[in-house]
Design a protein around this ligand. Structure first.
Ligand code: PGA
Length: 248
């Protein structure tokens, strides 16, 4: 059985001092055995620092984005192989903030997932509808289109990815999808994965969007919710510890 995965997404937050304080507090607050997997997706410039802070903790290091290219004339980009150099195990791809502010298309996200897999990094492929799309009844069409692009490019490797369902209207807004709303979409995504691979049950499907200490247990109790992608609450040690405890 796959372990529940709780991934913190620090987004554009942190400093050398704040990161050290946060990771040390997290480490000292964790029980000796943690039942779930925990990863921290940190800004790229802090990968080396956080890699050091996490050493021996059993917690995994993650990145928030990566290039679809292997290398070359792509100023400002960071490749999957570079992430690997710093012990990165997971990389978010296609986060809605990348899609929205950087114009990332479904096709580009699929290529990033492919590049990550080629370098031994597990892509956490983010999908999710906007409020307008939900209100127009297009949730299923949108999330299936986003995942289909990744399935199309990654074929037989698809069971190696992690999926994160993050309704855009729930991200950073304090509005969480209800457990039923989350489960409904997760079940659709699971069915889509089943049509592509016999190993669909191995794929962790995380929920993200205002997951917090109060709502984590109910969300994580849903049959197709295999973990959480946690933004704001991952920066608050007591909240993040409560979410990790809820996942155990
Ligand atoms: P949030 O962010 O938990 O702050 O809503 C989640 C995410 O964007 O990954």
């Amino acid at each position: 059985m796959k372990k529940t995965l709780i991934a913190g997404n620090w987004k554009l937050n942190g400093s050398l001092a704040a990161n050290e304080a946060l990771v040390l507090a997290l480490r000292s607050g964790l029980p000796p055995t943690v039942a779930c997997q925990v990863a921290l997706c940190v800004p790229s410039v802090y990968l080396a620092q956080v890699q050091g802070l996490l050493a021996g903790s059993g917690l995994d290091l993650g990145a928030q984005d990566m290039s679809a290219h292997e290398g070359g004339a792509y100023t400002g980009e960071v490749s999957a192989a570079m992430l690997r150099d710093f012990g990165v195990r997971y990389c978010l791809v296609g986060h809605s903030e990348r899609r929205q502010y950087h114009g990332e298309s479904d096709a580009l996200v699929a290529l990033k997932a492919q590049r990550a897999l080629a370098c031994g990094i597990t892509p956490i492929v983010c999908v999710g509808e906007t409020l307008a799309e939900r209100e127009a009844g297009a949730t299923e069409t949108v999330v299936k289109r986003q995942l289909a692009a990744v399935i199309h490019v990654n074929g037989h490797c698809i069971s190696e990815i992690v999926v994160a369902y993050e309704p855009v209207w729930a991200i950073g807004t304090g509005k969480t999808a209800s457990a039923d709303q989350a489960q409904e979409v997760h079940a659709l995504l699971r069915a889509q994965l089943r049509a592509a691979t016999s190993q669909a049950d191995r794929v962790a499907i995380l929920y993200g969007g205002s997951m917090n200490a109060a709502n984590a247990a109910e969300l994580l109790a849903q049959p197709d919710v295999d973990g959480g992608l946690v933004g704001g609450a991952s920066l608050k040690v007591p909240d993040f510890l409560s979410i990790i405890a809820a996942a155990g």
